[in-house]
Design a protein around this ligand. Structure first.
Ligand code: RP5
Length: 167
């Protein structure tokens, strides 16, 4: 994992260090597929200038997909989407009084014009954001397409082999 996004294809951005507990799933999935990526804590409200500077630089350097994890009011994915035309995938963090539902609603309610693709709340969302980012990269990279197919084949074989104790 790189901490700067210069050589990354995917940038995993989160609003707080506390989001890493969820967002490390995106990192480990990207790592499993050997996708060059970077992980950074940047906040829409705490570090607005650094966020804008970093996203613009990452965009120019060749990042193709941004994954943004945020909890509570969760302005981060929408703010990133306002700074780049590359796809932005939002992961609502399961935290606070509403357990991530507030963050999910914030992400899916982007007004028309600046889209954010929102995944589900928590670790499943973080894993799927990484898989979706890999699917996007796979449009032009057959090696990722093959790996995704192998993963699905393995998953299908595992499910097909399940025997329930129903005798
Ligand atoms: C959001 O507020 C972050 O994404 C995090 O999920 C939440 C709480 O942040 P901390 O108070 O833990 O730093 O900006």
């Amino acid at each position: 994992m790189e901490c700067c996004c210069d050589k990354a294809l995917v940038a995993v951005i989160m609003g707080s260090e506390s989001d890493w507990e969820t967002m490390h799933r995106a990192h480990s999935t990207l790592k499993e597929y050997a996708v060059p990526h970077c992980c950074r804590v940047l906040s829409a409200h705490r570090t607005p200038d650094l966020l804008a500077e970093t996203i613009r630089a990452a965009d120019e350097a060749g990042v193709e997909v941004f994954i943004a994890g945020a909890g509570l009011a969760a302005a981060l994915p929408g703010t990133i989407a306002s700074l780049t035309t590359k796809p932005v995938l939002g992961v609502p963090i399961q935290t606070g009084a509403y357990n991530g539902q507030d963050a999910l609603l914030a992400m899916v309610q982007m007004p028309p014009g600046i889209p954010v693709g929102a995944l589900t709340i928590g670790t499943a969302g973080a894993t799927n954001a990484a898989l979706l980012a890999i699917s996007i990269l796979a449009n032009s990279r057959p090696e990722y397409r093959d790996k995704l197919q192998q993963y699905r084949d393995k998953q299908a074989a595992r499910v097909a082999a399940i025997k329930l104790p129903c005798d």
